[in-house]
Design a protein around this ligand. Sequence first.
Ligand SMILES: O=C(O)CCC(=O)C(=O)O
Ligand SMILES: [Mn+2]
Length: 85
Amino acid sequence: MSLHQDSDERDFTQPIVTLSLGLPARFILGGLQRELPTQKIRLMHGDVLVFGGPARLCFHGIMPLADGLHPLLGSRRISLTFRHA
Ligand SMILES: O=C(O)CCC(=O)C(=O)O
Ligand SMILES: [Mn+2]
């Protein structure tokens, strides 16, 4: 998933909450403009990531997954994303 901003919601006062399941992923967290530097955060099975407040509109994405086999979910990653639409 390439670098993007979650900006379709009507209410930016509510955070975006994601739950990662299955294969590990590298989350790319940037700034409020696409051009700003990014950092990578490793997300493992069961990790919850919350971005809200001043980070709510930060650009973000997911690096392509490395091959692997998760003991419960096999060769896949599932991301449950909660947002106030
Ligand atoms: O897969 C993820 O953890 C991020 C998902 C995401 O950014 C989105 O659904 O907008
Ligand atoms: Mn997003």
